[in-house]
Unconditional design. Structure first.
Length: 442
């Protein structure tokens, strides 16, 4: 039997998070909306009435732990499966084993960690066995299953959303680690509640991160008179920068840009700058943000402040020229400007209505009088005939119609009275009145 190295009376063969992994429901910290007394997931586990399900939540909130608890409670055969290391060959082998188990009246629960890493073909390999009841599938994912799990498979699974742990829940977990024999219970640890709250804030809702940080700060603590002292300075040395939950290819990427966009739309510069900082400090490409801000300038401000688009483009160019971290101030400038600018989505709505007609109406030919007759043949068949050149008229306006006959009464652009757009509204009303008067004369 191999001996394990020890330090201060505890085994260091496994990380602290692994040594403290809960074995029962009552040992789990957090997720009380699912595991509290009488809650649905607790009832399912305690009654051993597990059906196919997906655990969806950020890292370190207990997805794998829940699977282990189910394994401890169930009378079914439990198979742990990794989407990182397994392929279709391994899936088929496990499914064959599950079919054999079913013949002898034994259920098989297959837990797939990081199920979002499986491609469509690999996920499809599970589907027939889930449908005929050969297996109960439990998947764990940090990604939105609506996007990452096949629709047919997802429709056969109950999705349970796990939440990031609160600061107080993580502090509770850290105290348990300090006192437990599987943690640091055999050592004298001098650490304050304030220090544990520092670690909890750094962990950002991730229990595994919190326990790993605790282990690191204790190993780097000051040994003094038979006890290990961990103070704020120790923690600050070990965690030089807060870790931000962010995956540039995942859902959180879209959540944060949505938060930025909607904060600017709601004219809230403080919230907008905060979400901007969250994205930039987590490593987002500033040019991506600048592109989205440029879209916002026309979609949500538009002609209420025509300069918004100019400044957004200028901010993009500044980011391109200078890069991080200096371009943060340029993005902050445009984000604050757009937050405070008058708002109009009339351009966005105008295109939406025009697009609807363009897609749903019969594609009428362009009226002959506004076609460009560049050749003699084109002119002979009527191209450009009846065209009225606006610059030849005193008012720079004509009564010529430019829409197809079936759409003559359509009004796509409806300006608001916000900001400078009121000038465009007044001008459009003048144009419409002029055309109406000239149409009556004709």
């Amino acid at each position: 039997m191999d001996e394990q190295m020890t330090f201060g009376g505890y085994s260091i063969a496994q990380p602290l998070a692994a040594r403290l992994r809960p074995q029962t429901i009552d040992e789990i910290v957090g997720q009380q909306h699912l595991l509290g007394e009488g809650k649905v997931l607790r009832r399912i586990i305690e009654s051993d009435n597990v059906s196919s399900m997906i655990f969806w939540g950020p890292p370190g909130v207990g997805k794998t732990t829940l699977a282990n608890v189910i394994a401890n409670h169930t009378k079914s055969k439990f198979i742990n499966f990794s989407a990182v290391t397994s392929g279709i060959k391994e899936i088929r082998s496990v499914m064959q084993q599950a079919d054999n188990n079913l013949r002898y009246g034994e259920r098989t629960i297959v837990f797939v960690d990081e199920i979002h890493r499986f491609n469509k073909a690999q996920q499809d390999a599970f589907l027939p066995f889930v449908e005929k009841g050969s297996i109960i599938l439990i998947g764990a994912t940090t990604e939105n299953p609506s996007f990452e799990v096949n629709g047919a498979l997802l429709s056969r699974c109950k999705v349970f959303v796990l939440k990031a742990l609160t600061e107080d829940e993580i502090v509770k977990l850290l105290w348990r680690a300090i006192k437990s024999e599987n943690g640091f219970g055999t050592q004298r640890i001098n650490i304050s509640d304030d220090v544990l709250h520092m670690i909890a804030v750094f962990a950002n809702g991730d229990a595994r991160n919190a326990l790993s940080t605790l282990e690191m700060v204790i190993l780097n603590g000051r040994y003094d008179g038979g006890e290990t002292v961990v103070d704020k300075e120790t923690v600050e040395q070990c965690i030089s920068k807060k870790s931000l939950l962010y995956d540039k290819d995942g859902e959180e990427h879209y959540n944060l840009i949505s938060a930025l966009h909607k904060s600017m739309r709601n004219s809230d510069p403080d919230a907008a700058v905060y979400w901007l900082a969250r994205m930039l400090e987590a490593g987002e490409d500033p040019l991506y943000i600048a592109r989205r801000v440029t879209r916002f300038a026309s979609e949500d401000v538009g002609l209420a402040d025509p300069r918004a688009l100019e400044l957004a483009v200028a901010a993009y160019q500044a980011c391109h020229f200078i890069g991080m971290p200096e371009c943060t101030v340029h993005l902050t400038e445009i984000v604050v400007y757009l937050s405070l600018a008058p708002k109009s989505n009339s351009l966005y709505l105008a295109y939406g209505e025009a697009r609807k007609d363009a897609l749903s109406q019969i594609a009428e030919p362009v009226p002959l009088h506004i076609r460009n007759g560049v050749t003699k043949l084109m002119r002979d068949v009527g191209y450009g005939e009846g065209y009225k050149y606006a610059h030849d008229s005193e008012d720079k306006l004509t009564d010529m119609r430019c829409l197809p006959d079936s759409l003559l009464d359509r009004k796509y652009y409806n300006p608001t009275t916000q900001g400078l757009e009121i000038r465009f509204k007044e001008r459009l009303e003048q144009i419409n009145e002029w055309k109406e008067n000239h149409n009556k004369k004709n």
